[in-house]
Design a protein. Structure first.
Length: 266
């Protein structure tokens, strides 16, 4: 019978992660407190082989949780608390979403480092391991946090702009009771009235000047046209049916709310 023991140590500040680690495991574990540290002994007994894989997986998840729920959050609060007072939680939410997009890669990398380490070592100080053997991941934490702030600012500005447009719609008098929008496969669009007659709004000098001066794309041009026509109801037929058109439809819905109806066509 072969026994492999691994000893972990964590700071008392990481007690929550240590307890979660103890509760979510099929491995044999013992916990004790020693000079301000939480020490965990992991042992696995197997008649045929040492289950390094199970040990590696559970330690990897422990470190991954500390990175996501502690280190990333600490970075956001430390770097942006003064600049974005009371908005740290929202920024942290954005950073978690970014983290998830790379989580599989990060987890695989941590797993490899842990696996190689415990093959020749039986003691891991988690804080030291993260700070000195995973420096590239700590840099990645800061990068995620900084990108999250940028995305948060962009989204915040977009929301504020949409709120202004929604208010503009509310105070404007309707110029057409029903407007039908047909999004084409080349990302352009055609407008029709309720009788199916094409509306050619390209002759509107104000819109043409806006398109040229602001370098607007099809989506911007469409929104500008809708704001100019101030329809009571909008029906959208999406022929394109891809991420681009879905984004356009979502933008229109966010501005015009329950005035918008999406028409599906086989």
């Amino acid at each position: 019978m072969t026994t492999k023991n691994i000893h972990l140590s964590l700071s008392e500040q990481d007690k929550m992660y240590a307890l979660r680690f103890l509760n979510n495991s099929n491995l044999n574990k013992e916990l004790r407190h020693n000079d301000g540290l939480i020490e965990i002994k992991i042992s696995e007994t197997n008649k045929e082989n040492i289950d390094i894989e199970s040990m590696t997986e559970e330690i990897t998840i422990l470190i991954l949780n500390i990175m996501k729920y502690k280190l990333l959050k600490e970075y956001i609060w430390k770097q942006y608390h003064e600049t974005y007072l009371n908005e740290e939680e929202k920024i942290y939410t954005y950073s978690l979403e970014l983290f998830k997009t790379k989580e599989c890669f990060i987890k695989d990398s941590i797993r490899n480092k842990i696996n190689n380490y415990i093959l020749t070592n039986d003691y891991i100080n988690i804080e030291g391991f993260v700070n000195f053997r995973m420096k590239e991941f700590m840099r990645y934490i800061s990068t995620i946090g900084d990108i999250a702030v940028e995305e948060y600012i962009i989204k915040k500005d977009q929301d504020e702009f949409i709120n202004v447009l929604k208010y503009f719609i509310e105070i404007q008098e309707e110029k057409i009771d029903l407007l039908k929008v047909h999004i084409l496969k080349d990302n352009s669009f055609i407008l029709y009235d309720k009788h199916g007659n094409k509306i050619d709004n390209i002759d509107n000098e104000e819109i043409i000047n806006m398109v040229i001066q602001e370098n607007l794309n099809y989506e911007d041009y469409l929104i500008s046209t809708l704001l100019t026509l101030c329809p009571g109801k909008i029906e959208i037929l999406d022929t394109l049916k891809n991420n681009s058109s879905k984004e356009i439809v979502q933008t229109i819905k966010s501005i015009f709310g329950n005035k918008v109806n999406l028409i599906y066509q086989n």
